[in-house]
Design a protein around this ligand. Structure first.
Ligand code: GRG
Length: 303
């Protein structure tokens, strides 16, 4: 029997917390303080949007959940590392994340730096030491995909552009380029990695290149929609609801979709991207239902 979307989310969030707890080093293992800090930033917090996208894409591709658990964890560890580094005084300099003091506030700058480094390394360790696909070449391609999405041609590159754009005017294509990299690349990778776990697997649906391209396009559109909504929420929601400091973009004089298009213009853009994202899923029929529901969640969310 098909469970409703909210129950599906909750069940995955609870189960995934156990997966993460199991895959992270224990806090009692040396170096204890570093391991404790890694668990502090990863566990008990966050919406887990990227893992949920991987689970939904995995369902579409007919893969087994244990494989998607590993790619979902790898993506979430990269995401957690990016938040820790982004919050540091040398970048966004923030004190609150996921409703708790940021890592460098709770621990110290050096620990926060090492937490980020260690989470990134652990993500790739997991992809290398677990079987993700029956085809070894496909597995290597998956590792490459996450590396590109995280590095200078993906998230880290987008962050570099973001830091260089403070106080500057960006055109809409420039803003889009920045966000497709900074936020979109990892969201896109989450969708693709979930689907790759199924392709080539016995009993998996083995999505073909044209279908993977459709999913890639879905990931790109919904990744951008996620950022547009993030910009709107930064203006409209309060700190308690967001679990991070609200109003940071305007305060730091950062170009955003809201500063460029106004609140209503940004909302309209999010709805257009949402509509286009849903259109890319048409051919998948019922198997893409969770991805559609997640697209709705990303655009309609209030935090
Ligand atoms: C430091 C290499 C490096 C990159 C940082 C992602 C990022 C790049 C910075 C985070 C700053 C930020 C607020 C970006 C906007 C979009 C975003 C990633 C929001 C946070 O993601 P959520 O809402 O967070 O999925 P939770 O806590 O729910 O996981």
């Amino acid at each position: 029997m098909r469970v409703d979307f909210q129950s599906w989310i909750s069940a995955h969030q609870v189960r995934f917390e156990d997966v993460l707890s199991r895959l992270l080093p224990h806090a009692e293992v040396a170096p204890q303080r570093l391991h404790e800090a890694m668990r502090y930033v990863v566990l008990d917090g966050g919406k887990r949007v990227r893992p949920l996208l991987a689970f939904a894409a995995g369902e579409l591709a007919g893969t087994n959940e244990a494989r998607v658990d590993v790619v979902a964890a790898a993506v979430e560890l990269i995401h957690a590392y990016s938040l820790v580094h982004d919050d540091m005084p040398c970048m966004d300099d923030d004190v609150l994340r996921r409703g708790k003091p940021t890592c460098h506030v709770q621990y110290d700058d050096a620990t926060a730096l090492l937490v980020g480094d260690s989470l990134q390394a652990l993500a790739f360790q997991l992809l290398a030491e677990h079987r993700l696909n029956d085809d070894a070449a496909r597995q290597l391609e998956m590792i490459r995909l996450l590396a590109v999405a995280s590095g200078s041609r993906g998230m880290a590159g987008g962050q570099a552009i973001d830091l260089a754009s403070v106080g500057k005017y960006l055109t809409l294509p420039e803003l889009e380029f920045m966000h497709i990299h900074k936020t979109g690349a990892l969201i896109r990778a989450a969708v693709l990695l979930g689907a790759h776990c199924g392709s080539g697997m016995q009993g998996g649906s083995g999505l073909g290149p044209a279908q993977m391209d459709k999913l890639d396009h879905f990931g790109k559109l919904i990744g951008l929609a996620f950022q547009v909504v993030d910009d709107v929420l930064d203006c409209e929601a309060d700190t308690a609801t967001l679990g991070k400091t609200a109003g940071k973009d305007a305060e730091s004089d950062k170009p955003t979709y809201v500063s460029l298009l106004g609140i209503q213009g940004a909302r309209d853009m999010a709805h257009r991207l949402h509509r286009e994202a849903l259109e890319t899923l048409t051919e998948f029929g019922e198997t893409a239902q969770r991805l559609r529901e997640l697209a709705d969640f990303i655009v309609l969310r209030k935090f």
